[in-house]
Design a protein around this ligand. Structure first.
Ligand code: PEP
Ligand code: MN
Length: 345
């Protein structure tokens, strides 16, 4: 943190600021110019209380945080990228990771047909909600444990890893028995009891950005999981709520580049929820690859028109296969960029 004193602050005023900083247990490094004094504050731990206290002192012009409030997930903490391994696949490494499947697990036939098809198309993870966060209490809420069992069967038949949502801290042990990656939905990004429990879940977590959450809030939520003992966190941009109504959410594509600058954690793009519209999924996938996402999570369904949730944004299995083919040249460029980044680093 850097403190800039008001012009011509008196010695007594400067000393009072020094004293306040030391009261918080930090060290003071000051640069005393002719007109203005600038103070560097050095120490460990969350500086927020100290920063707020100093900002409230009338002789202080400005207090600027230098270290991010999220420590463990920041690039300052780990300059290189984190690679998270799940079901034998590295996320954040030198392969773009595709995750695909229906919004909800609906039946054995639906999930097995989807799993075989997306595996053939090159997906490494099967997605599918067994516990569904629905806006309406009258909508399909998911098959719960029965859905998890169907996902396990799909994994046994195809070798795909499983990513599925867990909605409450109570369900973490159950879902962790079946999932390779625990998905935390947008609506739960700030469910702090859940985030704390995930610290001990023993499985990687994919944290989706909240409906109206800032990037900083997303990183603070990731920090919760890491600070409670689980460093295996993957971030997911899935669109945010804005004034724009042409798409279901506004895909904040820049968030991927921002997150890559601020954090070492892998970043996945969900173009399905980010747009809410099938035709927009392939162009957004291309954008995600181009901007350096570590992977994509795409909704697809054997018969999107019959889907029990999110059919409008789901690709058919054939459309997913076609999109995967069309993405190949982009993925080749992505790989070349990863290799050169690694060489530069
Ligand atoms: C989902 O992945 O089906 C889902 C509910 O996503 P989100 O939490 O991003 O809305
Ligand atoms: Mn969905």
């Amino acid at each position: 943190m850097i403190i800039s004193m008001k012009l011509h602050a008196t010695r007594a005023e400067i000393d009072a600021v020094f004293e306040r900083i030391r009261d918080f247990g930090y060290k003071v490094h000051s640069i005393e110019g002719e007109e203005r004094v600038v103070i560097g504050v050095v120490g460990v731990g969350d500086v927020t209380p100290c920063l707020e206290s100093l900002e409230a002192m009338p002789q202080v012009e400005k207090a600027v945080r230098i270290s991010a409030p999220y420590k463990f997930v920041s690039r300052e903490f780990r300059p290189g990228k984190s690679v998270i391994r799940a079901n034998g696949t590295d996320i954040g490494g030198d392969e773009l990771v595709m995750m695909a499947g229906p919004c909800s697990v609906e039946s054995e036939k639906q999930i097995l047909e989807t799993a075989h098809s997306v595996a053939r198309s090159g997906a490494k993870f099967l997605r599918g909600g067994a516990f569904k966060p629905r806006t309406s209490p009258y909508d399909f809420q998911g098959l719960e444990e029965e859905g998890l069992k169907l996902l396990r069967k799909a994994k046994q038949e195809t070798g795909l890893g499983i990513i599925t949502e867990v909605m409450s801290d109570r369900d973490v042990p159950l879902v962790a028995e079946y999932a390779d990656i625990l998905q935390i939905g947008a609506r739960n990004m700030q469910n702090f009891a859940l985030l704390k429990t995930l610290g001990k879940a023993g499985k990687p977590v994919m944290l989706k950005r909240g409906l109206s959450s800032t990037i900083k809030e997303l990183l603070m939520s990731a920090e919760y999981v890491v600070a409670h003992g689980n460093p295996h966190v993957i971030l997911c941009e899935r669109g945010i709520r804005t004034f724009e109504t042409a798409t279901r959410n506004t895909c904040d594509i820049a968030a991927i580049a921002v997150l890559n600058e601020l954090s070492h954690l892998p970043v996945i793009l969900d173009p399905s929820h980010a747009t809410g519209k099938r035709s927009l999924v392939p162009p957004l996938c291309r954008a995600g690859v181009a901007i350096g996402a570590d992977g994509l999570i795409v909704e697809c369904h054997p018969s999107p028109e019959k889907a029990m949730s999110d059919g409008v944004q789901s690709l058919s299995l054939q459309q997913f296969a076609n999109m995967m083919n069309e993405l190949q040249p982009y993925i080749a460029l992505w790989k070349a960029a990863r290799v050169s980044e690694a060489v530069v680093a």
